[in-house]
Design a protein around this ligand. Structure first.
Ligand code: SF4
Length: 354
């Protein structure tokens, strides 16, 4: 490939002890040029992640709950750790995140705490699993996945993958062919196989959690009734509570209440999925092929299409480079270079688009 960038930013990574995450695999399949910039050159945007976000906070509270710890105390500890170097003004910016996620987890536990009476084995742990070679011997190449929860039920082992998202659409349809889920399933399966455990892996669960709270309907300007906007993102219970609080008659709100009852908004959803032994064999074989492609990669080329602007933060770099310009200066200003002592697998929760 002709690119001024390839000479200017020689690779930092090596293939020794390669760790493959689901994210890395997705980026490789999406575009080799993107993969090379991200994993081989270690070029990442300067814009730093917020010091606190709902997803990571929520994962920590779920870890505490499933490991039998006090969730409130865990929240306080997490908060203290995250805010210890912050100025008061900065800390204030994150208070909303804390109160919202605590309330979201409280609602989650009201829904699931009783039914989740399985025996927890691990929660929120990094798992590495070696990829076998074609002859069955073990290679140095490992997969990396963050295990949200593995537990034991009478039917066997199960795992839960928690996802904090407002977007539940299409998840059920996508799950049977979801590569991240395959990777997760394979890693859990292989991990326990490597440890000689004979307990079967029964199924996995995509555990969708909406980080939004039900909205309380607003009082209209005249103060005599609540808004009856049917699009309101709330629950029937929250709406009813607001009616009672204002001393209004529920009969006047029958239409909106019926709509909420018949079309419950997506706050929580669990989708169970299973992978057969044949599916896992196929996944392992494709994983091995992809790893061999990565290791033996001689050619880096782009996969430019209409999605680039939306799903790739190297888009401006790519345009300059494609037009024959020198994107080096743009990179120096807007990106930082992270030294990769070894090719890195990253947190499987990381967004492949970023
Ligand atoms: S903008 Fe498109 S072609 Fe360029 S690196 Fe990103 S994904 Fe690849």
């Amino acid at each position: 490939m002709t690119s001024k960038l390839i000479d200017r930013f020689p690779p930092y990574g090596t293939f020794d002890r390669l760790k493959i995450s689901g994210t890395m695999l997705s980026v490789w399949k999406r575009c080799r040029f993107k993969w090379w910039l991200r994993y081989m050159c270690g070029i990442r945007p300067k814009k730093t992640k917020p010091k606190m976000d709902m997803g990571n906070y929520g994962h920590e509270l779920l870890r505490a709950f499933y490991m039998g710890e006090n969730v409130q105390e865990a929240s306080q500890k997490y908060w203290d750790k995250r805010t210890k170097d912050m100025f008061e003004e900065e800390e204030a910016l994150f208070k909303d995140i804390r109160s919202t996620i605590e309330a979201v987890i409280q609602r989650y536990l009201e829904q699931y705490a009783e039914q989740d009476n399985f025996r927890v084995i691990v929660a929120e742990e990094d798992a590495y699993s070696h990829i076998p070679r074609y002859d069955g011997t073990i290679s140095n190449v490992r997969t990396h996945a963050k295990i949200d929860l593995v537990a034991e039920e009478p039917a066997g082992l199960i795992f839960l993958e928690h996802k904090f998202t407002e977007d539940f659409a299409g998840r059920e349809e996508d799950l049977p062919v979801d590569q991240q889920f395959d990777m997760y399933f394979w890693t859990v399966l292989n991990l326990f196989r490597e440890q000689g455990l004979k307990v079967p892996l029964a199924y996995g669960v995509l555990n969708l959690i909406n980080p939004k709270l039900p909205r309380v309907p607003g009082l209209l300007k005249n103060g005599k009734s609540l808004s009856k906007d049917k699009r309101i993102f709330t629950t029937e219970e929250t709406y009813l509570e607001a009616i009672k609080e204002h001393g209004f008659d529920p009969a006047d709100y029958e239409e909106v209440l019926t709509n909420l009852r018949e079309n419950p908004r997506p706050f929580f959803k669990r989708i169970k999925a299973f992978r057969t032994a044949e599916q896992m064999e196929r996944f392992e074989s494709e994983l091995r092929d992809a790893v061999l492609d990565i290791i033996n990669c001689r050619n880096i080329y782009r996969n430019a299409n209409f999605m680039c602007k939306r799903d790739c933060f190297y888009h401006p770099v790519c345009i300059i480079d494609m037009k024959g310009g020198d994107a080096g200066e743009y990179i120096q200003t807007n990106f930082k270079r992270r030294c990769l002592s070894e090719s890195s697998g990253e947190d499987s929760r990381e967004d492949p688009n970023n």
